[in-house]
Design a binder for this molecule. Structure first.
Ligand code: ATP
Ligand code: MG
Length: 730
């Protein structure tokens, strides 16, 4: 019998899951076993074989990038458009619901999304207005408190406030919420909570979507929090409906957002809440080599309370995992850059390489080494394009343009560039706004007109108000790109950054131009944002929701840098895990709490299982991080890897380590003799026809495979295969 095309390239269990009759399903399986693939094929199957319209399907993914990929893959399988299908992150879908039903959700039509940076500033302002001592109360803590409560579905009035601390945080939450509502601002947690309340309290809206979405499919389910799960339940009739089906896909070993309220127990809860859930376990891994898989399996085996899964692969053993013990973080970064260069020289793509780290703070040194070696790279998360100062300035103008009540945007641009509105004037405006319970914009306008503000200050405020109103009128009929370009120029923002000197200022100007570019190329229909929005509102929502997955230089062949958290669900032929040291990974805080340590180990498992062909683990014995010099031991996770899977990179060059002049201290049994096999010596001066003169730093491998690292005076450090390097001794 010939196979249905959608079932080709699937194993028996995957096939059973994809072609199962309509029902609730749980696909529980380890990394790289094809869970996401099953989800994609299942969606295509539902449309093609069960004849469901894309209109009746909702798919939830963890990132916007994953959503775009999923839509692309389904369309490829189907050969037709799936535009009517709702697919996106929980936040993206919640946003879409709120836009469609803003009145029912008690939001202004042009409400804007507050990112976490803006949220923290806003909380800080609120705390100041409540006269709370900043030394005693931290805005960051308050933000955590508020978000955690929202993730649990709690409003201020639900909180008991049983002690002084909690009462104070409750008071901040309350005041913050009032300010957000007044300004038409919605933070990330609020998106979820408000969408939940909308579905819970409005039966017409709820029933509409229950009828619409016959199937809801959720990837990475192990990282859903309470409110997200409650959402899925509401939309699907809570397990009681016979016309709604939920498929969840996950891996308890990859749950890494417990610190943000995610609950692994949701997986169990699902099987209790929904009737006749069919559980499917996948065991074959298609991603990684045997070596990588057995190492990852050994590490995760140290956790208790696992649901328990065995993973195997038909793939070969592949290469061992390289372990590099660096002297310090600079040495680590240089080693990695050198390895990437030789990978690239062998004709491999840079996009196939990922550098994963525990903390965003680690990226700077890595970036420097890559810059020095002229290796293009791209960072996911952390330094998002839309988070850069100048881009946020521009976005704030745009936000204020569509919503004058947006206090956060008002604060950001009122005196950027400087227009003579000083701190004192602003204080008066803030006080006025608070006393009259009106937005800052209205307060500024009223106070200037009532002559509470006088002279230069009043004129400056009125000029600003006029500027915004004129911008709105003048650009109303422009295309999005032209509108944004005009705002950036007429607001004085562009001139301000052009007047600044230096490389940084140049980059800022380029980023502003890139923003206009991004607007020109923006297709709101590709971004799972509601079609009815104005292009500008759609773009602003996209900028707030997108998490740095697309950056300006999207199509360039570049190495990818990201935290271990943001690597979830992805795969790369070559993966570097950096900074695998006690105190950094596992993190210091997790060492004090056993639950957290298990979560760090799952994070390690996630990182290792991203690698397809080759995994390299590095750690530094000495590291300057968070402004402190620290001495570290190799992480316990390294000790949990079977020794036969590891290859200790034999030689560590100390010569390049910035803090020690000593050369030739070796690791793991490497010797001068072994080095001599290459015919070169550590520290020797050599000449290369193309790269010029340099110093021998390091070597690796043996026989025909042996390679040496040379620090060239002009072009920096490079790894060369000894057999082909054709070096002259100087
Ligand atoms: P993770 O837990 O990391 O999210 P996953 O279980 O979602 O992993 P996928 O990303 O779906 O795994 O699949 C891993 C890789 O294996 C992908 O490259 C996928 O295309 C491939 N793959 C999955 N199933 C098969 C199969 N039956 N035959 C060939 N390749 C497969
Ligand atoms: Mg997946």
């Amino acid at each position: 019998m010939t196979q249905h095309p959608l079932l080709e390239q699937l194993n028996d269990k995957q096939r059973a899951a994809v072609s199962a009759p309509e029902r609730h399903m749980l696909v529980l399986a380890g990394a790289g076993s094809g869970k996401t693939r099953v989800l994609v094929h299942r969606i295509a199957w539902l449309m093609q074989e069960v004849q469901l319209s894309p209109y009746s399907i909702m798919a939830v993914t963890f990132t916007n990038k994953a959503a775009a990929e999923m839509r692309g893959r389904v369309e490829e399988l189907m050969g037709s458009s799936t535009r009517a299908m709702w697919i996106g992150t929980f936040h993206g879908l919640a946003h879409r619901l709120l836009r469609a039903h803003y009145l029912d959700a008690k939001l202004p039509q042009n409400f804007q999304i507050l990112d976490s940076d803006d949220q923290q500033r806003m909380i800080k302002r609120i705390m100041r207005s409540l006269n709370l001592d900043e030394k005693r109360w931290s805005p960051k803590q308050a933000m955590w408190f508020i978000n955690a409560k929202k993730d649990e579905g709690l409003r201020p009035h639900h909180i008991d406030g049983y002690d002084f601390n909690e009462r104070t945080y409750k008071e901040i939450y309350d005041a913050y919420q009032v300010a957000c509502d007044r300004a038409g601002l919605v933070d990330f947690a609020e998106l979820l909570l408000r969408a939940h309340e909308l579905l819970r309290d409005n039966s017409i809206v709820r029933e509409h979507y229950q009828r619409r979405f016959r199937h809801i499919l959720v990837d990475e389910f192990q990282d859903t929090n309470a409110i997200q799960y409650a959402w899925v339940k509401l939309l699907s009739g809570g397990g009681e409906s016979t016309d709604n089906f939920v498929t969840i896909v996950g891996d308890d070993d990859q749950s890494i957002y417990g610190w943000r309220g995610a609950k692994i127990e949701n997986i169990h809860q699902f099987t209790r809440d929904f009737p006749n859930v069919e559980t499917i376990r996948l065991e074959q891994n298609y991603r990684s080599t045997n070596t990588i898989l057995s190492a990852a399996n050994s590490v995760i085996a140290n956790n208790s309370d696992r649901l328990g899964k065995e993973l195997w692969t038909e793939g070969g053993d592949g290469e061992p995992i390289d372990l590099y013990a660096a002297y310090n973080e600079m040495d680590e970064a240089r080693y990695i850059a050198g390895q990437i260069e030789s990978w690239h020289e062998q004709g491999n793509a840079l996009t196939d390489v990922a550098l994963l780290y525990r903390s965003n703070a680690q990226s700077r040194v890595l970036e420097e080494a890559l810059l020095h070696a002229r290796i293009p790279y791209r960072i996911y998360g952390g330094l998002r394009f839309f988070d850069r100062q100048e881009v946020k300035d521009a976005l704030s103008y745009l936000r204020l343009l569509v919503n004058r009540n947006d206090d956060a945007a008002f604060e950001r641009v009122i005196n950027t560039p400087t227009r003579g509105i000083g701190a004192r004037t602003l204080d008066i405006v803030r006080d006025g706004a608070r006393q009259r319970s009106i937005p800052l914009w209205d307060a500024a306008k009223q106070l200037a007109n009532e002559k509470v503000l006088t002279g230069r200050a009043a004129n400056a405020v009125l000029a600003f108000i006029d500027l915004m109103d004129t911008l709105e009128d003048d650009t109303a009929d422009f295309s999005l790109g032209r509108q944004v370009d005009t705002v950036i120029k007429n607001s004085g923002l562009m001139a301000m950054y052009q007047a600044e000197k230096g490389e940084k200022a140049e980059t800022r100007v380029e980023n502003l131009k890139e923003l206009v570019n991004a607007c020109d190329n923006f297709d709101q229909f590709d971004n799972a944002v509601n079609e009815e929005l104005t292009p500008l509102n759609a773009f602003l929502a996209h900028a707030a929701l997108e998490s740095g997955e697309e950056q300006a230089d999207e199509h360039q062949d570049a190495v990818q840098l990201m935290t271990l958290h943001s690597a979830k669900g992805l795969e790369f032929p070559l993966v570097f895990m950096c900074g695998v040291e006690e105190g950094l990974f596992p993190s210091q805080q997790s060492l004090d709490e056993s639950g957290r340590l298990a979560e760090e180990r799952r994070l390690c498992y996630v990182g290792m299982t991203r690698a397809m062909q080759k995994l390299v683990i590095t750690y530094a014995e000495q590291r300057r991080i968070y402004g402190k010099e620290m001495l570290h031991r190799a992480s316990r996770f390294i000790a949990e890897i079977p020794p036969e899977n590891l290859h200790h990179v034999r030689m560590v060059s100390r010569s390049q380590a910035d803090t020690t002049p000593a050369m030739g201290r070796f690791h793991s049994g490497a010797s001068h003799e072994a080095f001599a096999e290459t015919g070169y010596q550590l520290g020797q001066r050599v000449r290369h026809t193309k790269f010029g003169e340099g110093t021998v730093l390091n070597y690796e491998g043996s026989g025909a495979q042996s390679r040496i690292q040379i620090n060239f005076d002009d072009v920096g450090s490079k790894w060369l295969v000894v057999a082909y390097a054709r070096l002259d001794r100087c």
